[in-house]
Design a binder for this molecule. Sequence first.
Ligand code: ARG
Length: 459
Amino acid sequence: MAQLWGGRFTKETDQLVYNFNASISFDKRFYAQDIRGSIAHVMMLARQGILTDIEKEKIIDGLEGILSDVTNGKLQISDRYEDIHSFVEATLIDRIGDPGKKLHTGRSRNDQVALDMKLYTRDEVHIMDNLIEELLQAILSIMEENTETYMPGFTHLQKAQPITLAHHMGAYFEMFKRDHERLQDIYKRMNTCPLGSGALAGTTYPLDREYTASLLGFDGPTLNSMDGVSDRDYLLELLSALSIIMMHLSRFSEEVIIWNSNEYKFVEIDDAYSTGSSIMPQKKNPDIAELVRGKTGRVYGALNALLTTMKGIPLAYNKDMQEDKEWAFDAIDTAKGCLTLFTGMLRTMQFNKERMKDSARHGFTNATDAADYLVNHGVPFRDAHGIVGQLVLLCIEKKIALDELPLEEYQKISPVFEEDIYDAISLETCVNKRITLGAPGKMAMEEVIAVYQKYMDEY
Ligand code: ARG
């Protein structure tokens, strides 16, 4: 047991209590952020005359040595220490002696941990945002190549109207674009520095909080020291943004699973992203998509857990808050893994374009357009709906598509039909007549793709 606070105690901590209380097994993950924060703190202390320049140099040298030794594996972070802060401070004192004892001047572990977690999260938001960028780029590439790849659009998982693969992918582009913007928004709101909040009530030392904040790349210091040490809103915002990202990925995964099924065969997942069965030799399973769909539960769980942990905590710091870390780490790791794997799977996935087109042709996805044809020839929509309904029934009996039904059959049901009905209900026409902004028609789609290209250039 190695603690920073033995002075007022007359007994050793019970070993079980010590283990229950310690956080080093998980907070060692942000050793680099802890050291970065300490270096900024020391620079500020020296600038304010609280430390001498010599002390500053010694401490910074010592901290940099610890940082590189841990990073290179020369120094192990030992679980003997209560937390990462104690480990760094004790190692520093071991290495440089007395000046090391001044590191914690004007600081508490409460503002220190608040800072470390923010620095760590800020770095991770950045990484996450890059992964979203790669996913958006992969989606956009598919869009650019598939403005004429026809497929059925579904409602209720029933074939509804024809669309294109570009259009379908565009819906996901929109979702992940919002996710990117959500992350940016969180970053903006969280980018204030809690260091200098002390345990809860600031400190009596003349700290320059503006300076430390700027050294660490924050927009400025937090403005209330009690909130500074006990705010975890940004983590909740991040976990909710990650939950929404996972929700989007799970919808996309579900579609990939359906499209990859033997019945649909719209896509073929690359061998490198599929798995086999130990007993059924013919199997090629979409495990990655299923796992991404499944792991969504974990991230939702983290959000719910932290919301529940934070509920009802009185001001300011309370130990409950130590529980923020494992949830946040797990959710961040999970979302990063899922984004990476999903993007790889998407990039290597083959689209069976003939099969998609065939599915659109044989699912009466052009029935609305056949009704519109009648309406354009003066038939009231409600009557047109009924007429096309009869045609669909006839085609179902004959097991053919609407565009395979001979003109005489059309005319038996309504004399309004002429030879040009075939052109009016071809997939190309059905899609390309839909040119309002946001619709699948090639012209509308190209306009939107240009907007997305610009968006990615400015990402
Ligand atoms: N391990 C603690 C945490 O993660 C660090 C802060 C400890 N502060 C304290 N007063 N016990 O929250």
